[in-house]
Ligand binder design. Structure first.
Ligand SMILES: Cc1cc2nc3c(=O)[nH]c(=O)nc-3n(C[C@H](O)[C@H](O)[C@H](O)COP(=O)(O)OP(=O)(O)OC[C@H]3O[C@@H](n4cnc5c(N)ncnc54)[C@H](O)[C@@H]3O)c2cc1C
Length: 596
């Protein structure tokens, strides 16, 4: 069975030594009392829950999957999932970063996000049940009426109820403007919702007593397309005013998908047959309201992939240190054994270091982004809130797509380290690869993330948001300009920053002439930007490691070696990507559709 050790040391390094996150958070009135010891203690306990409760259920949950009773339409999650959820609720974990006004503990999202990384490493399929609830909580918190908040938020905060997001329909996924589910107003102010939603994660299960579906549907006479979509809260059991469970609502699970990975999570078809729903936010503004949930979920998907990259890496390292096979080309390294351990072979090291650099780079990137999110939500300075909101908006598609693409590469590399044994179920590596694949698809495919980045977030506001990030990079480069030891990191960072600026201008001009140029360049462009952000954080981590390595702690030696690996072996990918971006639209469109 795969092993998992929570990477607490690296989390503490990023939070406390690189970002000085607690100092920054303490400037926010809501977190003025926060201290390092509390953060460390929460993460230590959270890590135990992940490693001791969730990880042992990962392989069994994958093998068993979820089961639907066709008569009752009830779904059972795999053995042990319900008990683990009970432990999670009793531990108060769902409330970690929720609003104290609704029973939450009010800790920063940063802490919750780090906790989610560990849960995702341990068991992504299980973690999706509470993960979706967080998104539903955020959407209701931002757009619900006072009455809706009072009714639903305490139950989602305690974990007594879970949430879902019901967007997708059989004929529409990416293009939600096509959706057909209907909402008819009723005399009592509620709506009758009718339609079919597919692929609904955690859509039906036995972990919690109630499921709060957030459903997109159309009002009568609503405008065509995405401007005519409204958001509704549609509970499985209609709550009474005191929060107790009332009547069973008119919706049910019509089927479960049989899928490539995340078998332990129920991917449900939800049939709405005149279900009672209540409008959340304003009519026809549902997509904007749902975006609160989708943005939270997109960062969450990034954390799923960071979690998988970390756990795959840990297991591949353990294997590479004990598997003996062949001699090093330069002569025996373990002469007392009949062959050398495979970790002596350069390419095995390359696969391991790739996964490690992706995991540690992503951890720094994600923690910084979540810190900006905390400041966006809790700062009392309006300018700071706006700047942080811009940075979070810019980084969200990169976190989602870059981390998930990297996890697909990294989990596959880590499987490869096991050779044929990686392909065999019992080692658990093939599950990580299968589970990682969906992260590139849901919450908006990675192509859609790249269009969001280049089309909306960069060109759509004339590079204003990008310039805010560029300013941070420039300041860092200027600060380190005379630091000899930092040149190996700062020079390639500065070089890539210049290239991204030039490329962005070029793409903007091309897009002006033909908007399809954006579609041709966007995926490559997002990957280049992902590397730019990684280079910035790897340089910042290298700076701390350089300063502290003299103390003799091997942690810093390893950090520095990984930073050097990243700059030498992974960052150069950007040269090819820039060339591909520049090649533009023509090679993609030259082939007549009939000739495909
Ligand atoms: C396991 C699983 C869990 C899911 N969970 C949920 C959930 O909880 N709630 C929910 O509502 N949905 C959920 N989904 C649905 C998921 O979000 C959609 O599958 C996804 O958004 C893509 O939609 P689609 O499958 O209809 O593909 P399509 O929209 O048909 O896209 C097909 C392909 O065309 C590409 N494409 C589409 N438009 C463009 C464009 N303009 N430019 C370039 N390329 C384009 C896409 O990138 C994709 O590669 C889940 C799906 C799965 C498989």
């Amino acid at each position: 069975m795969p092993q998992y050790t929570p990477p607490l040391r690296d989390m503490q390094f990023v939070m406390h030594e690189v970002l000085h996150a607690v100092d920054e958070l303490r400037l926010l009135p809501a977190h003025a009392e926060l201290d390092v010891d509390t953060v460390n203690a929460v993460l230590e306990e959270g890590g135990k829950f992940a490693a001791e409760v969730l990880a042992p259920l990962n392989q069994s949950g994958d093998a068993e999957g979820c089961t639907l009773d066709p008569a009752s339409h009830e779904v059972k999650a795999p053995k042990g999932f319900k008990e683990a959820y009970k432990t999670y609720v009793e531990g108060g974990w769902p409330a970690l970063s929720c609003d104290p006004a609704y029973g939450g503990q009010g800790l920063p999202h940063l802490v919750n996000q780090a906790f989610y990384e560990m849960m995702n490493s341990a068991n992504q399929a299980w973690t999706m049940y509470p993960g979706l609830s967080h998104g539903a909580y955020e959407a209701l918190h931002a757009h619900g009426s006072d009455e809706q908040k009072a009714l639903y938020l305490p139950k989602l905060t305690s974990g007594q109820w879970t949430g879902t997001m019901c967007l997708t329909e059989p004929h529409c996924g990416t293009d939600l403007g096509l959706l057909r589910s209907k909402a008819e107003p009723q005399a009592d102010g509620s709506y009758r919702i009718t339609g079919t939603k597919i692929f609904i994660s955690a859509g039906e299960h036995d972990l919690a007593e109630n499921i709060v579906h957030l459903v997109l549907a159309r009002l009568p006479e609503a405008p065509q397309g995405s401007k005519g979509i409204s958001l509704f809260v549609v509970p499985k059991f209609i709550p009474n005013a005191d929060g107790s469970l009332g009547a069973r609502n008119g919706l049910y699970c019509g089927g479960l998908e049989h899928k490539m990975g995340i078998h332990g999570n129920a991917t449900a078809q939800i049939v709405l047959e005149g279900a009672s729903g209540w409008l959340v936010g304003e009519p026809n503004k549902g997509l904007a309201a749902m975006f609160v949930m989708m943005n939270a979920a997109r960062l969450g998907v990034g954390m799923q992939s960071l979690g998988l990259t970390e756990v795959a890496y840990q297991n591949a390292v353990a294997y590479a240190k004990q598997r003996i096979q062949m001699r090093a080309l330069s002569g025996p390294k373990n002469p007392e054994q009949p062959a050398d351990t495979i970790i002596v072979h350069p390419d095995v090291r390359k696969m391991l270091l790739t996964a490690r650099a992706y995991a540690e780079g992503a951890r720094a990137f994600a923690m910084w982004t979540t810190l900006q999110l905390d400041k966006e939500l809790a700062s009392d300075d309006e300018d700071e809130r706006r700047d942080c909101a811009d940075l979070v908006a810019l980084m969200t598609p990169i976190v989602k797509a870059f981390f998930t693409d990297n996890a697909w590469i990294a989990t596959s590399h880590c499987l490869q380290v096991f050779g044929g044994h990686g392909y065999i179920r019992e080692w658990g590596m093939e599950q990580f690869v299968r589970d990682a694949r969906i992260n590139m698809i849901y919450e908006g495919t990675n192509t859609i993330q790249s269009l969001d980045l280049l089309g909306r977030k960069v060109l759509g506001d004339n590079g204003k948001k990008l310039k805010k990030f560029a300013k941070l990079v420039t300041e860092f480069i200027e600060d380190e300009g005379t630091n000899e030891a930092m040149q190996e990191f700062v020079n390639p960072l500065a070089d890539l920053g210049d290239k991204v600026t030039k490329l962005t201008t070029e793409l903007g001009m091309k897009a002006f002439q033909n908007a399809d140029e954006v579609g041709a360049a966007a995926v490559d462009y997002l990957r280049i930007c992902g590397h730019l952000v990684f280079a910035y954080f790897w340089a910042r981590m290298a700076k701390v490691a350089l300063e502290k390595q003299a103390g003799g702690d091997p942690f810093y030696t390893a950090k520095l070696a990984t930073a050097r690996f990243y700059f030498a072996k992974l960052l150069p990918e950007t040269a090819g990507l820039i060339r591909s971006c520049r090649a533009g639209l023509q090679p993609l469109m030259a082939l007549d559709e009939a000739l495909f």
